[in-house]
Design a protein around this ligand. Structure first.
Ligand SMILES: [Cu+2]
Length: 279
């Protein structure tokens, strides 16, 4: 009798949840909540609407969302897509670190990836984004100029290590810093060549946050960033009050050798490798 009652409850729950799922069948627009359109790229057959949370592309780590549509405005959900950002400079071109493209979580029509722009564009030197996609075996390309503006506070560094390799280091979190022990995360790439950046494993990113406006004081309980199984470097950033903080950094390779950055000690008030937050 009791088990019958439980079965009844279970099937009722299933019935209710499947009904409400049908009612809330997401339209493609609903998948873009909290995002702002940055730009629409188009060719003769399709358009791609690019979105970020700020409505712009900025230097540093940019989570990017987009929808692919036919010229009639119908969203396409079965495309295999790759992308390639290239900066056209006066006398050379180069790319930057970027992710592969997947579907946004729980979304049918919205794709997602990230790009780490290590420098802003200008009128003379600009970023161009190409997207190559295949629908039912047919290949297409969309390519256009995009605007990348400079963030006021530094969240990306491009530099030469003492091992003579070029690196790009970007801060992901905290995107919204608080007076707390914040989760901190970052991504580290090495420049294999001008068009290829590869993730770097097993390094350590040491952090020493300071308030230069207040006697350069620090904070307790910081945890240096080390790599997780998802390749992301994670640690803890202690911010004891609001204001401007310089997060002094030192990059150590897998053997513990310092590749870039100096300790804040004695007369040395800051590292040549740093991020900034202000809140
Ligand atoms: Cu450049």
């Amino acid at each position: 009798m009791k088990s019958l009652f439980i079965w009844g409850l279970l099937s009722l729950t299933l019935l209710v949840s499947s009904c409400s799922k049908n009612d809330e069948k997401p339209a493609s627009a609903d998948e873009l909540q909290g995002l702002q359109l940055v730009k629409t790229l188009s060719n003769a057959t399709h358009s791609i609407d690019l979105y970020t949370s700020s409505g712009k592309f900025e230097t540093g780590y940019n989570p990017i969302f987009f929808q692919l549509k036919t010229v009639n405005g119908n969203p396409v959900n079965n495309a295999a897509i790759t992308w390639m950002p290239v900066m056209k400079m006066m006398n050379m071109s180069h790319s930057c670190p970027f992710s592969t493209i997947g579907k946004k979580q729980d979304a049918a029509y919205t794709f997602q990836g990230f790009i780490i722009f290590q420098m802003p564009g200008s009128d003379m030197e600009y970023w161009e984004l190409s997207l190559n996609y295949t629908i039912n075996g047919e290949s297409f390309t969309i390519k256009d100029r995009i605007q990348v503006t400079d963030r006021t506070r530094k969240t990306v560094q491009s530099f030469l290590g003492t091992d003579n390799k070029r690196y790009v280091l970007a801060m992901m979190e905290p995107a919204d810093p608080k007076v707390a022990l914040n989760d901190m995360s970052g991504l580290l790439y090495t420049m294999t060549n001008m068009m290829q950046f590869d993730p770097v494993d097993n390094y350590t990113i040491q952090i020493d946050p300071r308030m230069p406006g207040m006697g350069n004081h620090g904070s307790p309980n910081n945890v240096h960033l080390t790599q997780g199984t998802d390749k992301i470097y994670r640690g803890k950033l202690s911010l004891t009050m609001s204001g401007y903080w310089k997060i002094n950094l030192q990059l150590l390779d897998a053997t513990g050798a310092v590749l870039k950055g100096e300790p804040v000690a004695g007369d040395n008030e800051s590292s040549s490798l740093f991020f900034e937050v202000e809140f």
